[in-house]
Design a protein around this ligand. Structure first.
Ligand code: ADA
Length: 570
């Protein structure tokens, strides 16, 4: 995968980014016509990218095919796709080798018995919707398609490490951590093979275990627990990372982890035992010129902007972000909320009760944990955003997701973004209550938050007999068109937006239950013409425009966050 460090030193990895041949398939005839044997067009595109940024394809929705000649020097291959929107089917020559649903999580495909030499790799990407889609056709972002993140081919041999999960529990005094690894090992060979597997932590071998596997068999190996005395803790301001690794006779896998503890205590949020105030932004990993194929250099620029505005957290609204962005956050010390793209009110009771929708939601969460588990920056898992949580069907879904994420998600808080503050049925199924509310825009005014939002939320909690818990204001804001100024106090202007942000933040900070804020939103984003009638076909609630030019609200938030940071968490 594309990381900011080398995942492998021994294993041979080849980037398949770069030029691929490309054909759209508007009549959906590629499978029948066996396009994996050769595409009808000789057009070239650069992967990663989304097809919508090609002239003429902005609104193209459906299937498109990508094809590339590859050279293999090993008969055992692993292809890692970091993201294909949304349904992917993959062929090696004329053999279908795998498929995957969900546009924002990596997936891998193991292939064995490949003849050395030249082959054709083909990917069919399809971003059309069906009745079980996650997300549904109604979204407040552009519906891009294509191979939007990097592709890698790895050459495997013998037993090799495919996944590596690191767990640790800190003592109550935070002066000792008990840690363990869980590795999944695959025998990429046609014979029974044995190997010696070593777990490395901070440059030292902490355990070694023999593994013996039949041809193409997998197993899970758990290290013995080991102790880290006086661990250097990960937190914003001192993002201490440890290098970890797994080595086998002929293979290796490296990662970086942090030791930290996030928890709630009554209405407080604690990071490493100290109150933590979330000064956050909602950020779509989207750019007008690149869509969801967001270049790492621009990620770094976004991080510089976030640090400049005194933020300490990002909500990856509304889908898992690129792994390399998470690497950057781990390293720089910004916290992150990761969620699946289950978005909005359009889910009907029938859809929510449909076992296929539940299956897809569960699978997306399982994948998010698989690929993102080791990132210390992730302190929150989000189950869904603005699902109709007044419906018993949403509650039934949350009853499945919440315990799953608590049990399997490591030391993280689990939540969902709620906008049904009067009628929500799920307020007990989260560690921290996250509220999306738009006073001063869709309802209320810029001063009304206490009565129209905070009091209502607390009242609903007491109606449901839910014990007090911390509240995060997970979305609030209003649209302002970049450069639209006024002497009058009117919506859509930079002045109105700046005042709303500052007023809202101060009201929230005064409430003892509110421990954090994610402004909606970091920057303007393209949004779909078909679904929402938004000015310029953009969601204009960014405090930056789509080219990251600051509006007045940016400076208001920077000033207010800076003041909060100076005063320290409540
Ligand atoms: C919701 C939603 C966001 C965005 C926002 C808005 O809260 O979660 O994705 O659509 O509303 O701008 O109205």
């Amino acid at each position: 995968m594309r990381r900011i460090f080398d995942e492998h030193v021994i294993r041979k990895t080849n980037s398949l980014d770069g030029a691929w041949r490309f054909s759209t398939d508007p009549d959906n005839m590629g499978v029948e016509k066996e396009w994996f044997k050769g595409l009808p067009s000789s057009e070239t595109v650069i992967v990663p990218s989304v097809w919508n940024t090609q002239l003429g394809l902005l609104e193209y929705e459906g299937a498109a095919w990508y094809q590339k000649r590859i050279q293999c020097f090993s008969s055992e291959l692993r292809f890692v796709f970091e993201a294909v929107l949304t349904q992917a089917d993959v062929w090696l020559d004329d053999k279908h080798i795998g498929s995957h649903y969900g546009g924002f999580c990596p997936f891998d495909i193991l292939v064995h018995g490949v003849e050395r030499g030249e082959h054709i790799l083909t990917v069919r990407a399809d971003n059309s919707f069906d009745e079980h889609s996650i997300p549904l056709a109604l979204t407040d972002w552009w519906h891009y398609g294509g191979i939007s993140r990097s592709v890698t081919m790895e050459e495997l041999s013998g037993p090799c490490a495919i996944d590596n999960r690191f767990d640790c529990e800190l003592s109550s005094e935070l002066d000792k951590a008990v840690c363990r690894f869980t590795a999944s090992v695959y025998n990429a060979s046609d014979e029974r093979k044995s190997s010696s597997l070593s777990f490395l932590f901070d440059g030292k071998t902490v355990d070694t275990k023999p593994v013996e596997l039949d041809a193409h068999e997998s197993c899970t190996v758990v290290s013995a627990d080991f102790e880290v005395e006086a661990p250097r803790l990960w937190e914003p301001g001192s993002p201490e990372l440890y290098e970890i690794g797994i080595t086998l006779d002929n293979d290796d896998l490296y990662d970086r982890v942090g030791i930290r503890r996030v928890e709630v205590s009554e209405t407080k949020l604690l990071l490493n035992g100290k109150p933590f105030e979330v000064r956050g932004v909602n950020r779509h990993e989207e750019n007008t010129d690149f869509g969801f194929a967001f270049p790492p250099a621009l990620m770094k620029r976004d991080i510089d902007i976030l640090l400049n505005m005194n933020a300490n957290s990002v909500r990856g609204s509304h889908y898992p972000n690129a792994p390399i962005f998470l690497d950057m956050l781990d390293e720089i010390g910004l916290t992150f909320w990761s969620e699946i793209p289950m978005w909005g009110n359009a889910y009907t009771p029938e859809m929510l009760a449909d076992p296929e929708v539940t299956k897809r939601a569960m699978e997306m969460h399982r994948e998010m944990l698989r690929w993102y588990y080791n990132h210390p920056s992730i302190i929150i898992w989000g189950m869904f955003n603005e699902n109709p949580s007044q419906l018993p069907e949403t509650r039934t879904l949350a009853e499945k997701l919440y315990p799953y994420l608590k049990e399997k998600g490591g030391n993280r808080l689990v939540t969902y973004a709620c906008n049904k503050i009067k009628t929500c049925l799920c307020m007990d199924l989260c560690d921290i209550l996250c509220i999306n509310h738009y006073d001063g825009w869709y309802s209320g005014d810029r001063d009304s938050w206490k009565e129209t939002c905070l009091a209502v939320v607390k009242n609903r909690m007491s109606e449901l007999s839910v014990e007090p818990k911390p509240i995060i204001m997970s979305e609030f804001g209003c649209a302002a068109i970049y450069g639209n100024h006024t002497f009058d106090d009117i919506k859509w202007t930079e002045e109105y937006q700046a005042e709303l942000m500052e007023k809202a933040l101060r009201i929230f900070r005064d409430d003892p239950w509110v421990v954090g804020y994610y402004i909606w939103q970091y920057c303007d984003i393209r949004t779909h013409q078909r679904t929402l009638d938004r000015a310029r076909k953009y969601n204009n609630k960014g405090i930056l425009n789509e080219y990251r030019k600051p509006k007045m609200a940016y400076f208001a938030v920077k000033r207010t966050y800076g003041e909060f940071a100076e005063k320290g968490a409540k």
